[in-house]
Structure formats: structure tokens, C-alpha cells
Design a protein around this ligand. Sequence first.
Ligand code: ATP
Length: 592
Amino acid sequence: MLFETVSSYYGKLEGISSRLEMIDVLTQMFHEVKASEVRKLIYMTQGVLAPPFEGVEIGIAEKLVSESIARASGYEKEQVYATYKKTGDMGLAAEQTIAKTKLRRMSSRKFSLIEVFDMLHKIATTSGPGSQDGKIRMMSELLAASSPVEARYITRFAMGTLRLGLGDATILEALSKTSTGERKMKSYLENAYNLCSDLGEVGEALFEGGIGAIEHFKVTLFKPIRPALAERLPTAEEILEKMRGRCSVESKYDGFRVQVHVDKKSKRVEIFSRRLEKVTHMFPEIVKAALEELDFKSAIFDGEAIAYNDVTGEYYQFQETIQRKRKHGIEEKSAQLPLHVFAFDLMYSDGEDYMTKPYKERRRKLEDIVAKNGIVRLSDEIIATRPRELEKYFENAVSNGLEGIVAKDMESFYVAGARKFSWIKMKRSYKGELSDTVDLVIIGYYLGRGQRAEFKFGGLLCASYNDKTDMFESVTRIGTGFSEKQMVELQKLLDKAKTKTKPARVASIVVPDFWVDPKYVVETRADEITRSPMHLCGMEKLDDGSEAGYALRFPRLISDGVRTDKSAEEATTTKEIIEMFGMQKKIRVADA
Ligand code: ATP
């Protein structure tokens, strides 16, 4: 496939404001690509060079790119920069500069998608002395032989600002349509994606082996599984009812979720975060313990890493655990904050897939594998059959400084990548507030008014994620509770992510001063959820014929800045907001 063809599809995608149209254009594009090319086409369309868990960073510096455009066109760097300042987009600056190039084209050869991808990969991964010059040379050669439109997308991709506004679910739906003409194969493809977290791999398997290969997709060591997630219920009675009268109940540790992959033969360990980033370097003691303490040849298990003092029995908060994220000082931090992993699930062991076995079997195997008093230990567990047992366990967990409990359906499979009632969380609540925090996606921001005018930033427009439609639906404005530092930082961050028009996957009738690419998640707390005609989260027709969605009342940020452990698609879903609204009503009735 020629890169020229890819560019023309990207051009079409950019102008589209409806998700269904996006799926159609993607489907046409996939119809033109060969099986040997589809993996790279998918990565490129996602704006990445490899599946995100590989951590291959694109994002070549502005200076380097402008220098390359200058060299490729015969203009001065300053002239390129002036066009960039005028357009606000280096991609457009490249396009316009290449269109009026002063240099004669050396050849009329056209680049293939694979050539462009491989060259950009080389540019991004070249390092060491003299690498800057090498990068500029390669990038300028690429741009000099490109058409203006190709230069637009090469530049944006290289800078990490391709932003076609496509979610994983949209790409999966287009792949489904490409293979069968319908969207209904999506659930099989989703399942394969949940097992490997690599859209390129799923696309390649589909193109090479058809839907049969997708149906028989297997979990593999060192490819992260998309994590199982918990639903919420407010009372022990409801949890037990949902679990058919009997369930496993565990402490909910407020630490850092880790998915550990271990192969003792090759002495390889990889640790993935909840967002499936490789975080192995952060946890040297877990790597060591995984190889030395546990009784298996190879395994994949889930756990929560948390600093815990064996002597005092004290757990440290998430914030303290996260301090270790700083790359430096990891060794000192290991000594100061003794870290443990509380293992709570097993997905794979010694060549056997445990995900399709019931939880009671996975837990039994985990008990065989995990030593009693090591760095890796088992999560606490009781089997509850009566509400009072569950409540007592919950109260005890909270008084020990834990977040609450997670109840588990003992008969259920491991449900990768989904929030299902096979896990139900119950957290401690505070009077006059929603019992849980809500993770929202920033879809727009406002400028400061009055006293705030000195900071350009004045507030956020936020959305929940509707996982059925793959859209971000507005749910609240946050206008208060920001520190000066937060305002400055948010302004800086959002200024780079702002878009001229409403992004295709955003649903909102409230119009902010600036729309923002839906990619940043903030953790918020609110007093309650109300019905609102202003917000499109869960918008539906009511009995009286009017329409209403859901909105948060008195929302405020509770994290320092954006949550780096969650992607936009991992934010609180519209379905969860509606469930929380229902729970809040029940609690009120119970309180009255
Ligand atoms: P939260 O902010 O409540 O952790 P979340 O969206 O990150 O929400 P949920 O699926 O709602 O995650 O809750 C499950 C999370 O709780 C897991 O991701 C994990 O990090 C943490 N956790 C702590 N202890 C356990 C446990 N025993 N079993 C399962 N998950 C646990």
C-alpha cells in the first residue's frame, strides 16, 4: 500500500464528525491493505510505533522537525517556524513549506506505507552520540521525497500529534466490518484484543488466519492481558444476592495494580501497570521475588503492590507507593518503603490457561504457588454467606486503613478488559458525598474570567465514557477547587491538546471555550449525581416527554493533576454513572 493512499484516508478521517462514518472510511482503508502490512497500518493509525505496552516513544522534538522541514525544502528554519506559529500545527507547516519547495525533486518514486513506518521507527529509536544529526538527515530525506499531504502526516506522526480521534473500539469495529461486512464480529475481536492488548497483532491474525484464528486466540507470556475490573454495589445484602448467596471477599488494597509475567527458564520477568505500561524497572524486589519465591515454571498473576510495614501492620497510601515511580532513587525507596504484592488472581501457569477456569480453582492454584511470608503474598480472603460476615470484614478492612473490599464470584472466569459483576467493590463512604470517586475525561476548557483572567485557565468540561457507543458524553463542568499551580499546569497541558472543532467522539451540547482531544483523565469527587437536560451522559426521554441526562453536582478535582494510570477509555463509564445514581437513591431511602 502506498503511503500516499494512507495519507488520503487520513485526510478523509480528519474531516469527519461522525463515528459511524469513521468506521466506513477505516473499513475502506483496511480493504486496500495486505495481510503483511496491516499490523503497521494499525499502529500508524493509532499514532504509535509498537503496541503501547512496549514503550517505544515517538514524539520527535519540535526543533528537530522544523530543522528537517527546512533542509527538505531549502527554506530557513525561521521561515518554517513562522508558518508553524501561524498555523499552530507543525503538520500544516510541513505541508505548506513542502508545497512551495525550492529544491528540485530527485526522483518521482513513491514511498510505501512500510517504508515510511520503518524509517520513522528508525528515527525514533536511533540514540547515542551524533544521533540528532542522523535523525535530521533521515527525516529530511523522507520529507524531501514526500508530497505535501504526506509531509503533513509524517510530521504529525513523528511529533506524536497525529490525533485521528479513533478509539480502540472504533478500530475493532472497522476490522470486523472489513472481515465480514458486519460489525457483529467485534466481540470476538475484542476478546482477542483483551488477551494481548495489541491491535496490530489482532489485525494481522484476522488478515492471515480469518475469524478462526481470532476465535482460538490464546493468552501469551509477556503480552499484557487487559485487566478485569469491578462493579460497585452499596450494601452487603445486594452483593450476596448478586453472588447467589456465597462469595469470596477480599481486602481492597489501595496500592498500585501490577500484572506480573514470569518465566523462570529464561529468567525473564515483566510487570505491567493497570494501564498496561511496562513498569518492571520500578519494582526490583518484585522481579527478584517472582523468580525466587514462587512455585512454578512460568505464570501470569494479578496483584496490588503496596508499601506495607510487617512490624506495625501498617499500609501506606497509594501516593506513597507511587513515589517510587520516579525513576531515580528506586533503590533507596525500596529500603524506606518495604513493598509487597498482594496477589489476587492467576491467569496462566506452566503452559495452562487459567482464565477460563472458575475463580475458586484459580485461587486454589494461587495458594499453592505463593509462599506465606514473602514479598509476594496472597490477598486476605474469607468466604461469606451472610451479610453480617461481609460487613464485619469490610469494617475491619476500613479500620486497618484499607479502601474497602472486593467480593468475587467463585464460579466466574477471569473477565479480561471488562467491568463485570464477577468482581464487586464496596468502598468506605463519607457523609454527604458519593461513596466513590469518578474518573472523568477532559473534553474542553474555559478561560478565566474576573480575577481568574490572569491565568488563562478557568475550568474544565468533563465527560464519562460510553463504552457501548465509544463516545465521550459531557457530564459536568468543574470550575472551582483548582490551586494556582494546577491552573498553570492544566492550561499548559490542554493548550497543546486543544482542537478547532468538537472531536468526533465527543457528545456535548455544552460548548466550552476550547475543545480538547479526549485523552486526559482527572479523578473527581462530587456531592451527588443529578438528572440534567444540559449534559448528554445517559441522555434519554423521560415519562413526561422531556429529555435528561446525568450530571455531577459540586464536582472537584482530588488528584494533583491528570491521572497517568488511566486512558480515556478507562474513565468512569456512562453505565457506571447511571448505576451510581441508582445506588445513591437507595442509600438515601435507607438513611431516611
Ligand atoms: P479504584 O479507583 O476503585 O481502584 P479502578 O477503576 O482503578 O477503581 P476497579 O476495577 O474499580 O478499579 O477496582 C478494582 C481495583 O482494585 C483493581 O484494579 C485493583 O487495583 C484494586 N484491588 C485492590 N485489592 C484488590 C483485590 N483483592 N482484588 C481485586 N482488585 C483489587
